[in-house]
Design a protein around this ligand. Sequence first.
Ligand SMILES: C[S@@+](CC[C@H](N)C(=O)[O-])C[C@H]1O[C@@H](n2cnc3c(N)ncnc32)[C@H](O)[C@@H]1O
Length: 318
Amino acid sequence: MYKLKPFILPNSKKGFLNMVCEFLRFPDKIIRTKYREINLFDIDGKNIDKKVVGEFGEEWLKFTNHDDDLVEKGGREYFDILSDDMVNKTTYVLDIGCGTGRWTKYLTSKAGFIEAVDPSQAIFAADELLGNIKNVRLSQASVETLPFADETFDFVMSIGVLHHIPDTRQALHDCVKKLKKGGFFFVYLYYNLEDRGPFYTVLFKISDLIRRIVSRLPGKLKHFVCDLLAIVFYMPFVWAGRFCKLMGFNNLAKRMPLHGYQNRSFFMIRNDTLDRFGTRLEQRFSKEQITEMMTSAGLTDIIISPGIPLYHAVGKKT
Ligand SMILES: C[S@@+](CC[C@H](N)C(=O)[O-])C[C@H]1O[C@@H](n2cnc3c(N)ncnc32)[C@H](O)[C@@H]1O
């Protein structure tokens, strides 16, 4: 086992250092940044799409500027189904596919210690966003090459990641393996629009066709086209919804396509447009499929939030 240098945490409670585990193996490389050491592990495996990972690296190095307000708002939406027994100051957390580390950051003030992992260059964006925050360690690794022993963590999360992996079910099982018995797994997976009518279905089919084309464009052109799509595809619905709200037609605003973006900044909308149209591999799931995958991974007490983003869910390992 790779012996970790002790984390010296200013004003840390006694016992805090004991929470941080040793790596299963030596990192291939350790990069020292101005904030911390980042541990780089091999990301090769069968269940990873390296093109997708490379593109995420580019995306997250472009959209690094997630201000505190944005993180706070988004974090509250995602974690609406969490309770204090799931995450508190004694919780050892693993964030798989952390990207820029925006949701890692949200949880740093609520959890004990967080291991944040991503196979892409985004891990360097996370380093910048997390800055001087001490109760977090960053590693480059994939869900298949996690350098931690099974049953190590109290809380494992993977937000918007597993639907970009070739075998989502296997990846979900790999995440749950790292969880202690009695621990909680939190996941966000794209929903398959199961409760939507024909208008949405047609709209989705068109947007999916656009995604298949746009996601294969070369880097700069893809980013430009996605910015254009944010203006011509997202913003008209967002503006129409905001107008309905302004006129007091709140129910109508809620029924508008993309209603989740009505209170989001243009920065976030551009970021999500690139995420949505710039990614060549995405899969979508029904509530039933998510429940089945979580159950077969050994989770019970599954809660799927009725709120946006759809679907985010939590379950307990028995
Ligand atoms: C849409 S981003 C989500 C990032 C972050 N969780 C968030 O919500 O801001 C998906 C992330 O999954 C990561 N990813 C892709 N394949 C992965 C794999 N096999 N193992 C772990 N992470 C992976 C990508 O590098 C990317 O940062």
